[in-house]
Write a protein that binds this ligand. Structure first.
Ligand code: IPD
Ligand code: CA
Ligand code: CA
Length: 257
């Protein structure tokens, strides 16, 4: 299977999802799946349309999506991992920082993916060995090596508390980095590291669909992907640290430990 074809399909499907988010933007209703964890009709409509589009092209592939999509039958090596709207809380509040995220893995290794930001019409995509692109142009991670000059981003658990170890770790990095932001879209944070706009991003509370496409974007743009303790990253594990691959990655491992 040509990974480029998978990347193109991910892009096409992400645009379809983005169009649906746009169409629902002035009429959705929001509800809580759990306290402060929001979902709207747009999340479901986007997931359905993305699945229909990709499934028509690759009927034997497996699928995992946030809003109930789980097709695991068959023995295809390929699994599509879909977040039809990453950043639902921002979407609900009209804050334009959310995305569609679609990654494809082959035998557990990410091989293609797209993250689409409909608010800025920015399409980030990658396929294994072919680099990362933003709207068709190659992008690279930044070259900043000093955490004191770095813009970092973090995801904290929804409804976290002040004594959560994740909050304590956030505060340690806050003291060391130039800036630390919490933005509400892990997928766009990963795309931002790939594009060299942000030096690092971490979280210990992510789901596969938040990260699947984004980690490939970072790797293919020359960045580094590990767990927050420096161990090997797996998409089914919530623990993730990505950076531009400079020495600030190891500085962050020390602070996050
Ligand atoms: C959320 C975002 C956020 C992260 C949360 C996720 P959703 O995804 O990625 O950055 O901190 O853990 O749940 O719910 O908006 O798809
Ligand atoms: Ca998400
Ligand atoms: Ca989502």
């Amino acid at each position: 299977m040509a990974y480029e074809q998978l990347r193109e399909t991910a892009e096409e499907a992400a645009r379809i999802g983005g169009r649906i988010l746009h169409d629902w933007a002035d009429k959705f209703t929001a509800r809580e799946k759990s306290p402060a964890n929001l979902v709207t009709e747009a999340d479901f409509a986007s997931e359905n349309a993305i699945f229909e589009f990709i499934h028509a092209r690759y009927p034997d592939h497996r699928f995992l999506g946030e809003e109930g999509l789980n097709r695991n039958e068959g023995n295809s090596a390929f699994r599509w991992i879909i977040d039809p709207l990453d950043g639902t809380s921002n979407y609900v509040h009209g804050f334009p920082y959310y995305a569609v995220s679609i990654g494809v893995e082959e035998d557990g290794r990410m091989v293609a993916g797209a993250v689409y930001d409909p608010s800025r019409d920015e399409m980030f995509s990658a396929s294994a060995g072919q680099g990362t692109m933003l709207n068709g142009q190659p992008i690279r991670v930044s070259s900043e090596e000093d955490l004191a000059n770095a813009l970092c981003m973090a995801s904290l658990p929804v409804k976290t508390t002040r004594d959560d170890p994740a909050v304590q770790a956030f505060l340690r990095v806050l003291e060391a980095a130039q800036h630390v932001q919490r933005t509400g879209s892990a997928a766009l944070n990963l795309a931002s590291v790939a594009a060299g706009r942000v030096e690092a991003f971490w979280s210990t509370s992510l789901k596969p669909w938040d990260m699947a496409a984004g980690v490939l974007l970072v790797e293919e743009a020359g960045g580094r992907v590990t767990k927050t303790q420096g161990d090997r990253f797996f998409v089914d594990d919530p623990d993730l640290l990505v950076s531009n691959g400079s020495p600030l990655h190891d500085q962050l491992i020390r602070l996050l430990g």
